[in-house]
Design a protein around this ligand. Sequence first.
Ligand SMILES: Cc1cc2nc3c(=O)[nH]c(=O)nc-3n(C[C@H](O)[C@H](O)[C@H](O)COP(=O)(O)OP(=O)(O)OC[C@H]3O[C@@H](n4cnc5c(N)ncnc54)[C@H](O)[C@@H]3O)c2cc1C
Length: 423
Amino acid sequence: MKIHHNYDIIVIGGGPAGSTVATLVAEQGYHVLLLERATTPQFKIGESLIPATYWTFKRLGMLEKLRTSHFPQKYSVQFYSRSGKGSNPFYFFQTNPHESAVTWQVLRSEFDQMLLDNAKEKGVEVRRGVGVREVVFEGDTATGVVTKSVNGSRETLNATVIVDSTGQRSLIGRQLNLNTIEPNLKMASLFTHYEGGHRDEGIDEGATLILHTEEKDSWFWSIPLPYNRTSIGVVGELDYLLQNRRDADGRLDTQKIFNEELEKCTPLRQRLEGAKQLLPIQTTKDFSYRASRIAGNRWVLVGDAFGFLDPVYSTGLFLALKSGEMAADVIIEAFRKDDFSEAQLGSFGPAFVDGMEAFRKLVYAFYTKEFSFARFLSEYPEHQGGIVDILSGDVFRKDVTHIFPAMAKMCPFPSEVPLKSSA
Ligand SMILES: Cc1cc2nc3c(=O)[nH]c(=O)nc-3n(C[C@H](O)[C@H](O)[C@H](O)COP(=O)(O)OP(=O)(O)OC[C@H]3O[C@@H](n4cnc5c(N)ncnc54)[C@H](O)[C@@H]3O)c2cc1C
């Protein structure tokens, strides 16, 4: 087994979080290796951006590439109640007259590759087809990674800092047993792509639609994509959507379940009349979790490798990009100070978790059956702006917490979960 000691940082995983941290650190002249196990760009779920991603794209030098891409522009999100009635769209420009109020719906295979190409342009050494089997620790300090390439060869690579951006694989989280599933969000999702189907016109053409089914037991997303495709997925509690839906012989027919849920969502069913389902139904579950720590000596977690909340407000990509950006800043500072301790590398954690917490409260409100945003806003119209700010992702740039005391009167919020440290 060969041993190399050449890298300042090794980033494990070439999704949006990994590309972001790698690009920003490499730009400062550090030697960055990014390892992505997939040999080619892959289909991934998570296709709708929110406006606050603009600021990370700006730092990454990605804005022009996105502007000239074929990704549909997203101006708003619109909610449909269980009765099939659509809310007025929440246009992000209502509270933000800046160009950042318009964002994009992305095909992930192309989007992730654009970010990786940009990382390469900024000096990152990107290796595809190399998976990391484990992170090597000496005591509680990360020192390197053991890799396995598609041809079966193994290597141990050492670096000063190891960044885990493996998404829901959550390599370090699993190795150190850090992850806890959000107790009241045991969810599952079934999803696919369609070709064709109805789209609204003008600036509403690229809107994300969030549609409840009749009994409010599940909800659908509809996300317009390039190539006349639309991403359609349904989300519900694990017990409701999967566990209690097995056939008499114990088989799970996910296509049948998807069709049954679509039957209960009249506005979406009508939009999909004549559209063609392009992919077999795919399934994911237990995706709402968080690690108890965000960093340790010489290691950092970013993106889904740290945690993921829920797809309802399309916050996953934003949090992946933002944590990548925040982690890059503390890593660059660590090199300047020659301090790679948990305290230094985890110093972005409390602010990051505070931002996640605002989304988390809104997610709990969404899943509280008795709660309705329409009713909340009719009682507290002064909080319309605060809600649009959160839906836009402005949780790190503005204080959005002022809406929560009023909201807490209408729905129970979970207690906050502070970060732990090894000390
Ligand atoms: C049902 C559902 C719907 C969603 N919808 C949305 C949405 O509309 N909008 C939104 O913003 N977010 C959405 N998300 C969330 C979004 O998909 C994620 O938050 C986002 O992809 C996280 O980016 P990441 O870079 O952290 O991880 P990923 O995008 O998962 O990237 C991780 C990368 O690491 C690689 N990797 C994994 N293990 C290894 C290893 N051992 N060695 C090397 N490489 C490895 C993987 O191949 C992958 O490329 C959704 C999530 C779910 C579950």
